[in-house]
Design a binder for this molecule. Structure first.
Ligand SMILES: Nc1ncnc2c1ncn2[C@@H]1O[C@H](COP(=O)(O)OP(=O)(O)OP(=O)(O)O)[C@@H](O)[C@H]1O
Ligand SMILES: [Mg+2]
Length: 308
């Protein structure tokens, strides 16, 4: 843990482009509160220069409006609204059980698979409400890909893992598949490590390699949005850095949403950060602002390690 240093206000920090329906006027942080126990603000400042600039007019790749979600009688999301800016990385943080994964799964309808789960509200992918009648969920999940916390390669070769989605889309020609496989593995920074072993079982790869394989598999369907649920939590620091570098490269072409418990990681690699607490999206905005000058006392308490 670094020596506590008071964060400085960031007058030139970009304004939040993501809206939070739940952002409350009460509990706003006073001009500068006590010294934080955990200083992620320096990391956020170091990377802020690289973040996309402001905001309100930036086009949204996805937008959730007034999402309420119940598992049986338990409400896991409370009136969550957020815009996810195209071509950016948005990190979702918050204590365990606050609804981060639930929200992420709403973005490609993975919660549909859970019995007793009831969802109200709307989620737009570009112009389309993905919860509208008649939406093809398989196509939706090709456009909005997902990478899970635990790498889940299929029990087949590296090549067949990556070619799986394209084959489902009807691509059969070997040369075309080979091109997609190479391109996707390069995109996921894995090509050089596996190019001579494409027929090898994906299960024989290391954990970090398996995670990059899963990212390559997601890339192979040419998604617009990639959802990542704690993709580096089980990885060593070097593999973690590789995944982070990869995310920053991918954000040129994709919209990325990542759940992480690692606030240094959120500050290092995301453009925007949303803070969840007890099913509510308390606050969402430019990471450089959230980690240096959050608007809500609850966010401040969380990022400074006072609770959670
Ligand atoms: N399939 C499910 N059935 C019933 N309740 C669930 C289910 N999945 C999640 N929940 C509940 O919904 C709430 C939010 O869970 P969620 O997994 O979204 O939290 P999270 O923020 O991702 O937590 P973590 O950081 O531990 O992964 C929790 O109270 C959890 O117990
Ligand atoms: Mg989770």
């Amino acid at each position: 843990m670094t020596t506590p240093t008071p964060s400085k206000p960031q007058p030139d920090a970009p304004q939040a482009q993501l809206s939070s329906a739940a952002a409350s006027a009460n509990g706003r942080v006073p001009a500068r509160a006590a010294a934080p126990a955990l200083d992620v603000s320096a990391t956020a400042r170091a990377y802020a220069a690289d973040a996309p600039l402001s905001l309100d007019e930036a086009p949204a790749a996805m937008e959730a409006r007034n999402l309420n979600l119940h598992y049986g009688t338990k409400q896991a999301l409370k009136n969550v609204s957020a815009r996810l800016s195209r071509g950016s990385i948005t990190a979702l943080i918050g204590p365990s059980g606050c609804g981060k994964s639930t929200f992420l799964r709403c973005l490609n309808r993975m919660n549909d698979l859970i019995e007793g789960c009831k969802i109200e509200g709307e989620v737009f992918l570009e112009e389309q409400n993905i919860y509208a009648r008649g939406v093809d969920v398989v196509k939706l999940r090709q456009r909005v890909g997902m990478v899970f916390q635990k790498p889940n390669p299929f029990p087949m070769s590296i090549f067949d893992n990556i070619a799986y989605g394209p084959r489902l889309r009807g691509i059969k020609k070997r040369e075309q598949l080979a091109e997609i496989v190479e391109h996707s593995l390069q995109g996921a920074a894995l090509w050089n490590e596996v190019k001579d072993d494409l027929k090898k079982s994906a299960l024989a790869l290391s954990g970090g390699q398996q995670q990059r394989l899963c990212i390559a598999r997601a890339l192979a369907t040419r998604p617009e949005v990639i959802l990542m649920d704690e993709p580096a939590s089980a990885l060593d620091p070097i593999s973690t850095l590789k995944i982070e570098e990869l995310m920053r490269e991918l954000r040129q072409e994709y919209t990325i949403v990542i759940v992480t418990h690692n606030m240094q990681q959120a500050a290092r690699c995301s453009d925007f950060t949303g803070f969840f607490l007890l099913g509510e999206l308390v606050e969402v905005g430019a990471s450089s602002k959230i980690f240096t000058d959050p608007g809500d006392k609850r966010t401040e308490d969380y990022i400074t390690g006072r609770f959670g």
